[in-house]
Design a protein around this ligand. Structure first.
Ligand code: SAH
Ligand code: DHB
Ligand code: MG
Length: 220
């Protein structure tokens, strides 16, 4: 689903509020040249991630699903000098493109890309005593319930957990839809709906990336 008005308004917002976007536009050009899918967050969403990280005063950020590093760079830019972002990616080709983009964006000192299955990397992280102030879940959706459980183990009181693509053109509430990704989102929503560890909402979004939405949670 797409809509010309949504796109025009997104372009308008980008022009007004995200003017200095060249480095990040270069990331999208590099991704295209490398043949990566165009499933990065939109500029307005990237800036939302950046603002949330700033509001939170995040020093340690964890991202699940790097792709070409577009959202990683938005998040890294919100970090203080001594801040760190760890981002998890299964596809070595994506990780290679991301590493180059992160270098070109001068974020290499703050960002570490870990290549491998996110579930395995997350389990390793739980053994390292590292906790994160903000966790962005944006990889394979069938694993979202597991990513949420692991994110809760890697978070502290007050940490933000954000999960992308939870609306999927409205598929989430279409009971006739049994797609694996949709089932993964619903299982995650079921955990969130009655979990005493966390408070959440979900917001629908429209714009350059069509009709979707995200979950925003704060750990109690
Ligand atoms: N956050 C990125 C977009 C991520 S797209 C941005 O907004 O710029 C989802 C990414 O998750 C893809 O690169 C895909 O290869 C990766 N992925 C899929 N399954 C995964 C898994 N099991 N472990 C780690 N990464 C995975
Ligand atoms: C897909 C994944 C995403 O993270 C996204 O933002 C859009 C689409 C996908 O796997 O199709
Ligand atoms: Mg996404």
């Amino acid at each position: 689903m797409s809509n010309k008005v949504w796109n025009d308004v997104d372009e308008y917002i980008i022009e007004k509020l995200i003017p200095d976007n060249q480095t990040l536009e270069n990331v999208l050009i590099a991704n295209k040249q490398a043949g990566l899918p165009k499933i990065d967050v939109s500029p307005t969403y990237g800036k939302l991630l950046y603002l949330l990280a700033k509001i939170k005063g995040a020093k340690q950020i964890l991202e699940i699903g790097t792709l070409g590093g577009y959202s990683s760079i938005w998040l890294a830019r919100a970090l203080p000098e001594d801040g760190k972002l760890i981002t998890l990616e299964i596809n070595p080709e994506h990780a290679k493109v991301a590493e180059k983009n992160i270098l070109d964006a001068n974020c290499q000192n703050k960002v570490k890309v870990i290549v491998g299955k996110a579930l395995e990397s997350l389990h390793t992280l739980t053994e390292s005593n590292q906790l994160f102030d903000l966790i962005f879940i944006d990889a394979d959706k069938p694993n979202n319930p597991h990513y949420l459980e692991l994110a809760l183990r890697l978070a502290k009181s007050g940490s933000l957990i954000i999960a992308d693509n939870v609306v999927r053109n409205g598929e989430v509430s279409d009971e006739s839809n049994h797609d694996e990704s949709v089932l993964g989102i619903r299982k995650m929503m079921d955990i969130l709906s009655n979990d005493p560890r966390i408070e959440s909402t979900a917001i629908q979004t429209v714009g350059l990336k069509g009709y979707d939405g995200f979950v925003l949670s704060v750990v109690k």
